[in-house]
Design a protein around this ligand. Structure first.
Ligand SMILES: [Zn+2]
Length: 278
């Protein structure tokens, strides 16, 4: 069957769409792929009488999100926390540090993975730690690899996201070590941090996590959902060492921005957990 005109048009449209995609969305070349705002793309520039370089991009676009990110004080050189020499893993909702940093964490991975998040993390240099369920990591490896390529760290959040508290050592070890093994095979690096599903853990969890290679178990001090920060501690302001929890959900762009603003209001700078837990 020869190509009909309709088919040729379809092919041309597809090609154009691919060209457009390759110009403006995520690709393997993560560096230097942005055209600076305002760069003329045609020989005859359109006169823009009142156009100023500070014109705000349209709300909801990637450039808008990037434009809303506050300017942070420079992060201090990390001073890693003291870890117990032989386990079990410590459990922290706030790292025991005085340095003026807080930590952004993103959990799960199976529900939603907004593509713009990869560019946002890169453009705004947002340090993020991802606690992934291993089946989601396996199913969407490329997505998480791209976040890793722009500086994100991948950590362990079990296989099946069931509550661990009260379960046997063997069960908990299988959930934690099984996910660590899978994440190590997918990303080439064994996780060194663990977060229990729903935060539900007991002494067995901290022992099993340590035995599976976790240096610490992370709870959280704030949650962020649909652009709102909810404080879980009495201070109602982000404290040095705080851990902010959000999820791979549709509003992750808003959640990242809300977390950044809350950290900035507190006079802190976002940092990576693995720079402090070594
Ligand atoms: Zn979770």
């Amino acid at each position: 069957m020869s190509a009909t005109p309709a088919r040729r048009i379809l092919a041309a449209v597809t090609l154009l769409a691919l060209l457009a995609l390759s110009a403006c969305t995520v690709g393997p070349a993560l560096h230097a792929r942005r055209i600076p705002a305002g760069t003329p793309t045609s020989a005859a520039p359109i006169p823009t009488p009142s156009a100023s370089p500070s014109a705000t991009p349209a709300p909801g676009t990637l450039n808008w999100y990037v434009s809303q990110v506050p300017t942070f004080p420079e992060a201090p050189p990390p001073q890693p926390v003291q870890l117990p020499p032989n386990g079990p893993a410590p459990n922290w909702h706030r790292l025991p540090i005085d340095q003026k940093v807080a930590f952004i964490t993103i959990d799960d991975g199976g529900l939603a993975r907004p593509p713009a998040v990869i560019d946002f993390i890169w453009e705004a240099r947002i340090p993020v730690t991802m606690f992934l369920n291993s089946p989601a990591a396996q199913e969407h490896t490329d997505y998480f690899r791209q976040i890793e390529a722009v500086g994100g760290i991948i950590e362990n959040h079990t296989i099946s996201h069931t509550s661990l508290a009260g379960r046997s050592y063997a069960y908990q070890r299988q959930e934690i070590c099984g996910a660590a093994d899978k994440l190590e095979s997918l990303f080439g690096k064994r996780p060194t941090l663990f977060r229990a599903p729903f935060g539900n853990h007991d002494a067995t969890t901290l022992r099993a996590a340590h035995d599976c290679g976790a240096k610490a178990v992370l709870h959280w001090s704030e949650t962020v959902h649909e652009g709102k920060v909810r404080y879980q501690t009495p201070e109602k302001v982000v404290q040095p060492g705080d851990v902010l929890l959000m999820h791979f959900r549709p509003a992750l762009m808003d959640d990242l921005l809300a977390a950044l603003k809350a950290i900035h209001r507190a006079g802190l700078t976002p940092a990576l957990l693995t720079d402090y837990i070594k």
